[in-house]
Design a protein around this ligand. Structure first.
Ligand code: ZN
Length: 490
């Protein structure tokens, strides 16, 4: 009944979790199409093994028998993660967990079909069932507390909906105003031409290396949706190509590289333990977004990228590096969250946060979701949703039961704003390096301040320690207003 025994058990669980993740990576990249039915069974078997280990009564016995006060800081942090995870699984009745798993795959199918057919009513029965189950789950986990907080805690331990509400309340009016002011001005030129997809992948791999991604312990492949997967010594990313829009490929790559570098930079002593992965979705997203935006879309770095793109593709109709910077950061009216620019992205997120919070609270009937979505969209974005796949059917999250996930995207942006301020105060010459395509100082700063710690500290504490101040939305707002104010001559 020793801590060593518990950690041996945990390492094996983590290793199996990595194996399951790699099956998922394989499915999205190189798996032969005909293997799908067998793969579904393989993945279900892994999920059942992992569930069995997470709920194994021996973990409860170990947790009861081990005296935390005899452990060092790292040991206590490991115990905190293991205990939290175990207590969550204990609170959730087994039949509810099984029903949620079943509903997840049914709802996902129903959503995919409804989205293709633009058929909101076709999805509503499954969504209603999912919301009811998530409310039940939240009640089991919340222990009398706020239902939404209980779900949020799965993605962002310790975060509270009331704090997020205050953050969004501060962001919303200024982002709505900034958006309207920019779109009122003449739009910068867009890209034109056809961009060879092989050359895009070549440049994407170069960008991954430029941002410090270790190819000896990772790889870049193509997939329908960009993602990163794995921890420690095997962290893989995917990207996609569109001949008309190379930015999609390049900035998806840089984004996923931010996630992957976080996982690669975690202290090797934590390998295959609860501390050996990113601490929360919000902190994870702060790394992908600071790589993508504050570094990758900066004036300094885009100057270098402009030269690389001219070398790769020849003349593509953009006159110089200043015009290129404006093109990279161009605002456009759009319906889709994942395609939104830095100014509008968080408006998409807060719309979802408000609606999902209302559904979990029981204040918004699922039947009224589409109308509520469309009304809100018109208020913040100033034009009407034209079809459900551009509105309430665009995201996969709710069909998978991922309630409480959306706000971590904005939390990541807010954390990235804080980290950018602190990093630039520490590295006053950063832009000179970025203009040469040298991100090394920035990525080292993030590695030292954030990434190496893995799960050692609580999410908010990671940012507070790195920045020397508690997180706030103010740095992000100032950064956006200055950057886009200058770009659009406001
Ligand atoms: Zn991300």
């Amino acid at each position: 009944m020793s801590f060593t025994d518990l950690m041996t058990f945990q390492r094996e669980t983590s290793a199996l979790g990595q194996v399951a993740g790699r099956l998922g990576w394989d499915q999205e990249t190189v798996m032969p199409r005909g293997a799908a039915p067998q793969r579904a069974e393989e993945m279900a078997a892994m999920a059942s093994v992992l569930h069995g280990r997470r709920t194994d009564p021996r973990v409860g016995e170990w947790l009861a028998a081990i005296d935390d006060t005899t452990l060092d800081d790292v040991g206590r942090a490991q115990m905190r993660h293991i205990r939290r995870d175990y207590e969550r699984t204990q609170r959730l009745p087994a039949d509810l967990a099984a029903e949620l798993a079943r509903t997840r795959s049914q709802a996902h199918l129903a959503w995919a079909e409804a989205r293709k057919a633009e058929d909101v009513p076709g999805f509503l029965p499954m969504l209603e069932k999912m919301v009811a189950l998530k409310r039940e789950e939240a009640q089991a986990l919340a222990d009398g507390g706020d239902l939404y907080d209980a779900l949020l805690d799965d993605f962002e331990p310790g975060a509270k909906a009331a704090d997020l509400q205050a953050m969004f309340d501060a962001l919303r009016p200024r982002l709505v105003a900034l958006r309207a002011a920019c779109l009122d001005k003449p739009a910068p030129a867009g890209l034109s031409g056809n961009f060879d997809e092989f050359a895009q992948m070549k440049l994407a791999r170069m960008l991954a290396k430029t941002f410090g991604y270790d190819m000896a312990q990772g790889r870049v492949d193509k997939a329908v949706h960009p993602f990163s997967s794995g921890s420690g010594l095997d962290v893989r990313i995917t990207t996609r190509t569109d001949p008309a829009d190379p930015f999609n490929c390049f900035y998806s790559t840089i984004h996923e590289v931010g996630h992957a570098c976080y996982e690669q930079a975690i202290d090797e002593a934590y390998l295959l333990t609860p501390l050996g992965q990113g601490v929360s979705m919000g902190v994870h997203e702060s790394q992908s977004r600071i790589y993508e935006n504050q570094l990758g879309r900066s004036r300094a770095f885009t100057g270098w990228l402009f030269d690389q793109m001219r070398d790769a593709f020849g003349d593509f109709g953009i006159a110089d590096a200043d015009a290129f910077y404006a093109t990279v950061n161009r605002l456009k009216n759009g319906f889709i969250r994942t395609e939104a620019d830095e100014v509008q992205y968080n408006l998409h997120v807060m719309l979802r946060f408000d609606l999902e919070r209302a559904m979990i609270a029981g204040d918004l009937a699922v039947a009224d979701l589409e109308a509520a979505w469309n009304d809100r969209f018109a208020v913040d974005f100033g034009f009407a949703v034209d079809k459900p796949s551009n509105g309430c059917l665009q995201d996969v999250h709710w069909s998978e039961g991922l309630f409480g996930y959306f706000p971590t995207y904005s939390l990541g942006n807010v954390y990235a704003g804080c980290l950018n301020d602190a990093m630039r105060a520490d590295l006053p010459d950063l832009d000179a390096a970025l203009a040469q395509g040298d991100t090394g100082r920035a990525t080292k700063w993030l590695g030292d301040k954030v990434q190496q710690h893995g799960g050692l500290f609580e999410p908010r504490d990671v940012i507070t320690r790195a920045c020397g101040a508690a997180p706030s939305e103010a740095p992000l707002l100032t950064y956006l207003e200055q950057k886009f104010g200058a770009l659009y001559g406001l």
